[in-house]
Design a protein around this ligand. Structure first.
Ligand code: IVH
Length: 727
């Protein structure tokens, strides 16, 4: 089903449009619920899910009569799945309203006072406790015996997973001195360390791994075979109750203490607060401790302490009026910087990577972040201007990690107040950590690079990984793992791209063939050799991109291919720019000056979208002996398809820059890009002032926000396809 998300201003939407939107949102959110609750494999981020729900709610608020029977606002989860016996919750299992900022928390208190008719200065007491990021469960005890354990399901009907619950040590099977009927509610979770261990075990067994501890907990709890649950280390925190035959206490806090006495695990960070300021102070304290806890939390829950007031406040359809979840940002979290590693990329760039104490941000476990380069670590940008108010980043610091959408996590800030004498200033290496060669910084370059080129194993391997990647030669069966393996293989090595194309013939000469090796077999070896054979025919643009030359991405490669049309023209012009005018001149600066006066240089730099940087990178690559020979050896194996410039004269997209974001329903990204380019458009990966149009599918986030800020036109995939067909 083609999926579509529009981020339109609700005030501009007509009733007719709203009706269509609400149908679409009900479907998209239902699919997201099934992926999340039933399959334990979310398809969109929590932040995007919340955004879609908010959009749905604002449409319903504007057109209340259009609210659908299956409105996503009426449900808190998904309907129970088959396989477990259904349990009807005598008291519904509610969800919580979210507060995304301090203002929402103040509004929460104001609305309670208004509802109860209290003076604005009345003091209210609350409990504040971590919001555990797991799966809720309701345990029913009758006469002290555990009789069932029900998942939340849709809030009214859940599934009985008692056989599995009985395998969890934190869940008592019988209680002494408890009310005759008692439903204890709380959260099943998996600790972060157990989650990491489980995932590596699953990997070894060749079984599915989980995206985060919450999905692992959900998947483990809903096993049809309790023996599997027994092997999964699950825990339970009790924080609420359902039906009780006699009260557990008169306050929230006292009831939690009672649950503790009854042998349930309760969270030690629960705190009694006397004001909103108190709540916010506790929120900050918990947020700061988040990375030190061995379980995931995604906010702090505030609950009115007095149960009589809770009773008076009651509930809305799915959430109580007396509680709220103050969520942590879905994009930021504080954590501890354990170490800094240096990775060497295909162009020799030394990239520092922060190794962090793992923290789950927006449903993704983050344990690494980019630190860009040495200036960035030292606290300034490429123009030598201070960033983070000039604070440097040291090993042992508390850092705020930032992650949005698919963007690589970054460090947003450092808490220098928490810095101790143990923290260590990082000395950026002047030698390549992989091959020991000098790593130098060119003038005006913030990146330090290993000078060894292809003789540096790290660069060679990264170049090969790039070469076989999807947008390059796209050789199925030859991914990062296999490249690492073949690079180090004694009998069948791949040290440069040309070696890939001789793999099959070399394999035939070996005593033990690839097909007979562990982890391979006849079929996978045959498939690999035929994937390699199919890659012998390649388009000029893909070939240029695959060479992995610095600053030449897919867009620049296409610009070059369209201009030169065929490989011979392309290479001849680079050679002319590099050799003819500069022959015999060894001084680099002098060479560059002479080259930049040549007609061939002007031809390259006059191509729309290509500048001095790309031209220099091309010349550098083609004049380095080792690299040039490697390219020549590769070309001997290939048939390169010419590229003709598209006839985009009449297209609405000619010379327009497009950005695709979110999930496309009708075609792959690669196909969308190719279609856009065949209409003369350029496709970029990021939104900037130069973007003309953003095409958004479900799951789009930060790029949409940026496009809105810049006033750039946004359309759905369907709308774009209609325009494409008509242009
Ligand atoms: S109280 C009537 N307390 O968050 C209120 N819920 O997004 C019942 N959760 O459905 C919930 N930690 O699964 C409460 N300390 C906590 C919680 C908590 C996690 C979950 C629970 C709930 C969901 C709402």
């Amino acid at each position: 089903m083609p999926r579509r998300t529009q981020f339109r201003d609700v005030s501009e939407i007509t009733e007719h449009e709203a009706q269509a939107e609400l149908i679409h949102l009900a479907n998209v959110l239902k699919a997201a619920n099934i992926a999340y609750f039933e399959n334990d494999a979310p398809e969109i981020t929590d932040a995007d899910y919340d955004e879609l729900r908010r959009y749905n709610k604002s449409l319903e608020d504007k057109f209340p009569h259009l609210k659908r029977m299956d409105s996503p606002s009426n449900s808190v989860g998904s309907s129970p799945t088959n396989g477990f016996i259904k349990i009807h919750h005598t008291i519904p299992m509610l969800s919580l309203e979210n507060a995304s900022d301090i203002i929402d928390v103040w509004k929460f208190e104001a609305s309670i006072k208004k509802y109860l008719g209290l003076c604005p200065d009345t003091r209210l007491y609350y409990t504040a406790e971590p919001k555990i990021d797991g799966v809720s469960l309701s345990l029913r005890y009758e006469k002290g015996q555990l009789v069932h354990a029900a998942t939340r399901g849709d809030g009214r009907v859940g599934e009985n997973v008692a056989a599995n619950a009985r395998c969890i040590a934190d869940i008592p099977q019988y209680l002494t001195e408890s009310p005759d009927t008692l439903e204890v509610r709380g959260e099943i979770y998996m600790s972060r360390s157990d989650f990491t261990a489980l995932n590596s075990r699953q990997l070894q067994l060749g079984q599915r791994t989980f995206a985060n501890p919450r999905n692992a907990a959900a998947g483990s709890l809903r096993q049809l075979n309790p023996e599997i649950t027994r092997t999964r280390p699950l825990h339970f925190f009790a924080y609420a109750w359902g039906e009780v035959s006699e009260p557990l206490g008169t306050t929230q806090y006292a009831c939690i203490q009672r649950l503790k006495t009854l042998r349930f695990q309760t969270n030690p960070l629960i705190h009694l607060c006397q004001s909103v300021d108190d709540l916010l102070a506790h929120y900050e304290k918990i947020e700061m401790q988040r990375a030190t806890l061995d379980y995931d939390i995604d906010g702090v829950v505030y609950k009115i302490n007095d149960l009589a007031l809770q009773e008076r406040l009651g509930s809305r359809s799915t959430t109580p009026r007396w509680a709220i979840a103050h969520k942590f940002s879905a994009e930021m979290a504080w954590t501890y910087l354990q170490d800094i590693d240096i990775q060497v990329g295909r162009t020799g760039a030394l990239s520092p990577v922060a190794r962090l104490a793992p923290v789950t941000v927006g449903g993704v476990v983050v344990s690494n972040a980019t630190l860009h380069n040495e200036d960035y670590i030292a606290g300034y940008d490429s123009n030598k201007k201070p960033i983070r108010a000039g604070k440097d980043i040291r090993i042992g610091d508390w850092v705020q990690v930032y992650r949005a959408g698919d963007v690589i996590p970054k460090i947003a800030d450092v808490d220098v107040v928490r810095r101790t004498s143990q923290s260590k200033v990082f000395k950026f290496p002047k030698q390549c950590p992989e091959c020991g060669s000098n790593a130098i910084r060119e003038e005006n370059d913030s990146v330090r690079r290993c000078v060894a080129g292809l003789t540096c194993p790290a660069q060679a391997v990264e170049k090969l990984k790039h070469f076989v990647s999807k947008a390059a030669f796209d050789i199925v069966g030859l991914g990062d793992k296999q490249i690492e393996m073949f690079y180090r293989d004694e009998h069948l090595p791949i040290h440069e791209p040309a070696d890939i194309f001789s793999l099959s013939s070399r394999d035939k000469k070996n005593a033990t063939g690839l097909a007979d090796r562990d982890g391979w077999g006849q079929k996978s070896a045959k498939n690999l050799f035929s994937a390699i054979d199919s890659a012998r025919v390649i388009s000029l643009n893909r070939l240029i991109f695959s060479l992995g030359i610095r600053n030449i991405g897919e867009v620049a490669a296409m610009d070059l291919a369209r201009h030169f049309g065929n490989w011979d023209n392309f290479v001849r012009t680079i050679d002319q720019a590099a050799n003819e005018p500069a022959a015999g001149i060894n001084n680099q600066r002098e060479r560059r000056k002479v080259i930049s006066d040549s007609p061939a240089w002007s031809e390259i730099t006059n191509i729309d979208g290509i500048g001095d940087t790309v031209a220099t990178a091309l010349i550098n690559s083609f004049t380095q002996d080792a690299e040039r020979m490697s390219i020549e050896r590769l070309l001997a194996n290939l048939s390169v398809e010419d590229v003709t410039a598209p006839n985009s004269y009449n297209s609405a997209f000619a010379n327009k820059t497009l950005v695709f974001t979110g999930t496309l329903g009708r075609m792959t990204r690669a196909e969308a890009k190719a279609r856009a380019e065949s209409h003369g458009a350029k496709v970029s990966g990021s939104v900037s002032t130069r973007t003309d149009l953003v095409i958004a599918g479900p799951g789009a986030g930060s790029k949409i926000r940026k496009a809105k800020e810049l006033g750039i036109q946004i359309m759905s995939e369907d709308e774009w396809c209609v325009l494409l067909e008509n242009s």
